[in-house]
Write a protein of this length. Sequence first.
Length: 492
Amino acid sequence: LKLQFLYFIGALEPKTMSLTNWPDHINHDEKVRRLFDDFDSRKCRSIDLESFVAQFRKLNVGFSSATVNDLFEKADANSDKVITLGEFQRFGELYPTMIDCLYYRAKDFWTENAQRDAIEAAKRLLDELRQREAAARTAHAQAQSDTDAAEHKLQTQLQVVADAQAREQAAKSALDNAHEDTERARADLRERMADLNRAKDRERQRQLELAEAQRAVEVASRRLQTQEQEVAKAEERLREIERLLQEQHREVDVQRTNAERMRGDLSQAQAKEQDAMMGENEARREVHLAADRAADAETEVAARQERERAAAAALRDAANDVARQLAQKDVDQRELASAQEKESLRKTEEINAGQAVDSQERTVSQLEQENIDFGSRRRSVDDDEKPLLEQEVRLREQRDSLETKEMKLRTDFQSFTGRTARSGSPGRVQVTGAGTSPAISAVPISAVPISSIPIASASAAVVPPLSSRGYEHHSAISALRDQHSLHHYDRM
């Protein structure tokens, strides 16, 4: 069954004759035919001496070369140096025990060859399994290395993600600070704009006051000019009317007093105008300062807004970087899971390969032990068979010798009766055939003188027929083979 299993899985390619050609229970003629096919090594439907001797040597019969040559000559009935199937069948009739022994030895030979082939195939399979185990061990180590590398890569990626998240948080904080700075700058700008508006209001007030002072100056100037014209007219009238000088002195003094008052008013108006101009200049300076501060505030707001936009862009870049690193982390985690799965698979393959190697080693050891046991039992059976085979050869030689003597006795007896019998006597011998077993008609024993029978014929009367002796040996061979089969064939 083990050999059949190895054939089935393809581990053993049948290089020898199939064991199905050697069944245990077949008839004698079938054994002869199968042995003939095995002896016919040239496949020419005949057996030459070389093949005959080689088969006896292969089957470890243990006969001498002379004995084997004699057996070949006995089998080669027509002496044409080859044994045909018919001649081999006749040889099987002459040596039934030997045929039985040769059949089972051939069966054992091919069985042992099949066992050796099975052992070699099992060893080749064991080498292949060991190579697979080594490959699985290498693959497991590589998978462990890949897993360690994936874990290291994942840890590195986790650190990169943490750094990116820290940068994102820092960028977010910077954006918040920039936003707060921008809000403060905008508040300062609004305050500066309010100051600018107030300064512009004060400037407009100063301009109104200046315009009012200028109008007052213009009115005073016009009044002064009018009064000066009046003075000129009065002086003219004074010159013209000197006589009216006395009357006009009072009016002149009054007019001069008014003119002085007007000059004082003009001086006051000019002073107010000067103050108004100074206030306007101050207001203009304040407006310019407020405008400069407002421009500075606008510039600061623009700068803060630019920094805020830069911080927002940095935050977006940091967020994108975090997203990329998280995506890479997910890829690394999947790669780690895949590497761990591969490592587990390679470990399982390594374990399975190791178990297969152990199982195959046990199988090889068992096959080798069975082969050793089979060889030992085969040698034991061969040793037990050898005396039986030698005895069968000796019996066949004795039978041939007895047949030769019997033939001579019959010939002598026929000659004797031919000389002594009368014509029509009841004692004439009737020979019905030639060769090994001539038939003799019933002859009254009283008609044959005892003294005329050769002494050698007496031995034929006490020797049992060869067929009964041969099949007794055949039964002994079968018993040995059956005992041998109990130990091996049933287990195969």
